[in-house]
Each structure stands twice: as C-alpha cells, then as structure tokens.
Design a protein around this ligand. Structure first.
Ligand SMILES: O=C(O)CCC(=O)C(=O)O
Ligand SMILES: [Fe+2]
Length: 336
C-alpha cells in the first residue's frame, strides 16, 4: 500500500465566491450573491470566499497560537487532554479514537475550544462545560477568543446569505443560534512520506456535522473533496481566502438540496501542516428539521450513519452521538 492518490490541479475546480456584496452591496447585488452561493451549495458544497472582512494579521493570529501550542512538551499538552474533559474540550493527541472500533486514528493532533461562557453560566449542562486552556502560554486564550469573535461575525453574515439563497425569511435560521455549540479546532499534521502505508491519513473521509465550516488552511495543501464521479479532488490553498463547506445540519435544513461533501486530508507535502476550522453549530436543544421542501433528486438527507432521515433529534443529541464515536471523553479512552 502507499498513500492514497488524488487529482492534483493547478487551478482549483472549487469555485471562489467574492463576498464584497455581503458587506456593501445593493439589494440586487446581495440577491445575486445569495443565488450564486445557493448554486455552488447545490453543485459542490465547497467553495473559497474572498473579501470576507478579516485582515491577513487576523488570519495569521490563530496559526501563531497553534504553532506555539503544538510545540509545547507533551506533558503540558496532556495537562489539557480531551480525555479529561466531559465535553470534548482541549488537546487531542495523534491517532486518538472514540468508541467506534471500525475507525482508524487520524495523523494529526488537535486543540478544541468552544464559546467561552460567562462565570454565571449554569453548571453541568450537557456538552457545555468550561474550555480547557493551557497554563504558561501567555495570550493564547485571548488570541483564540478574539479569532472566534471575528469569524463568528462572518459566519452570521453568511448565514443570512444562506437564508436568502434558500428563499427563507431573514432570521429564520439565525433564531437557532442564541447559545451556540460552535467549535474551533487547531490542527497540526506531520508530513506523511510517499512510502507511508496510507493506513492512517491526516483526516479520514468524513462530512462535517454542523451548519457550515469556515476553514483557514496554511500554504501546505492536503485537503481533498470527493467529487461526484468518485475521485478525490485537491482543494489547494488560496492566499487570503477561507474554505467554506456545508455540514449535515445545513443539508438537512435544505431538505437535501445543499450538499455536505465528504472530504479528507493527506499531507504529502513533506512539511508540517496547520489548519484552523471553525464549525458553526446551533443551540444544544434546537431540533434539526427541514426548513424548505426540496422536490429535487437529492432529497436524501442522511446524517452520517448516525442519524436516519425523519429521525427527530436535537443538535446536542446529534453532536453527542457523533463525538462519542470519534473522540475520547472523561473516563473513556481507547488506544489504537
Ligand atoms: O484540516 C483541514 O483542512 C480540514 C479539517 C477537517 O475536515 C475537519 O476538522 O473537519
Ligand atoms: Fe471536516
């Protein structure tokens, strides 16, 4: 066996969407943008965005934080290990697994954090405990919370474009986000030599679970999406852009009209790769159900192999099921 192959291309087949009209456009330009995003979401479910509003320095900040964190001695990272958190927060070492024995461990290490809740937030609400922050890393928490706030603002602006693209009234999806389950990950992928067996890769094929993902990737490359004809297509880095992809909840809200496209990461570059995805997720108790009636041919929203069509589940129930399969939690860890 060798590392899996993919179609490598110089100009990306993944479309670039210019968000300028979202900030300053006329209502006609905004409608055109909504239509363009809806078309891309029906056709491919993945796109780059430019003119999104974050500066190069804003985009660099979480990468500097990630490099500092992952360079810490192992025992410092282990002090905030996800295995010690009931709510999937903190450090995830290479190849860690959750409860699903069928899965192969991923060749990355990660750090997860969520909305930072106030001190008077109720205790013991499922999946909403406190974040775990490393000691002795000055500015780390502040940098990451600032990034969360900036990307969050972008996410809600884009959510209203999605509402328009689906023909929904303004605020129809926004009402599901008052105490959101949104998560940010820092990811570090070591290089995999061409002779590597490929049994484990950077991120195994999957779809994302939430509403949509705003991914920042470094210059290394390695992200790939599964095309309709079954081939893996590279999503090479475009400087200054974010990559947007839809998750299973947006697919379900759109009654299967919008795609949640499978993707994976294989780091063949010979270099260390870093990426920072932000996953927009609704409130814990929101039930996820279609917001439109899609009469088209893609009317098959199946959430992973976890959620069947027509099953009435809340955001927290969906995330809890998936996360238990793929990540460790307090008192529960399986070695590969
Ligand atoms: O690192 C990347 O480019 C993608 C990561 C990813 O797909 C995920 O964390 O869900
Ligand atoms: Fe993903």
């Amino acid at each position: 066996m060798a590392l899996p192959a993919s179609k490598q291309i110089s100009v990306s087949e993944v479309p670039v969407v210019d968000l300028a009209a979202m900030h300053v456009g006329s209502s006609h330009e905004k409608a055109l943008l909504a239509e363009r995003m809806a078309t891309v979401c029906r056709d491919i479910g993945f796109f780059y965005v430019v003119n999104h509003g974050l500066s190069p320095a804003d985009m660099r900040a979480p990468f500097d934080a990630a490099r500092r964190f992952f360079a810490l001695p192992a025992e410092h990272k282990q002090a905030v290990a996800m295995a010690g958190s009931r709510d999937y927060r903190g450090y995830l070492p290479m190849k860690t697994l959750g409860d699903d024995p069928a899965l192969k461990g991923n060749i990355h290490e990660a750090f997860h954090f969520y909305l930072e809740r106030d001190a008077d937030y109720p205790e013991n609400l499922p999946l909403r405990g406190p974040n775990q922050w490393p000691a002795d890393l000055p500015g780390f928490r502040e940098t990451l919370l600032r990034y969360y706030t900036q990307v969050d603002a972008l996410a809600y602006r884009m959510l209203s474009v999605f509402e328009q693209g689906l023909g929904l009234e303004e605020g129809r999806l926004r009402r599901y986000f008052s105490d959101p389950m949104t998560m940010v990950r820092l990811l570090h992928y070591p290089p995999q030599p061409p002779t590597d067996s490929g049994e484990h890769i950077g991120v195994r094929p999957h779809t994302d679970n939430g509403a949509f993902t705003i991914l920042s990737q470094d210059e290394t490359g390695g992200l790939e999406i599964l095309g309709r004809s079954g081939e893996w297509i590279a999503v090479p880095p475009i400087s200054g852009s974010f990559v947007i992809n839809l998750g299973e909840m947006m697919k379900l809200w759109s009654d299967g009209l919008f795609l949640a496209t499978p993707h994976r990461v294989v780091n063949r570059s010979g270099l260390e790769r870093y990426s920072v995805p932000y996953f927009l997720m609704p409130d814990h108790d929101v039930r996820i159900e279609p917001q439109i009636k899609n009469d088209g041919e893609f009317n098959e929203p199946v959430l992973h192999n976890t959620i069947a069509r027509g099953q009435d589940l809340s955001c927290g129930e969906i995330l809890g099921k998936v996360w238990q399969r793929i990540w460790p939690s307090l008192d529960r860890q399986r070695a590969d």
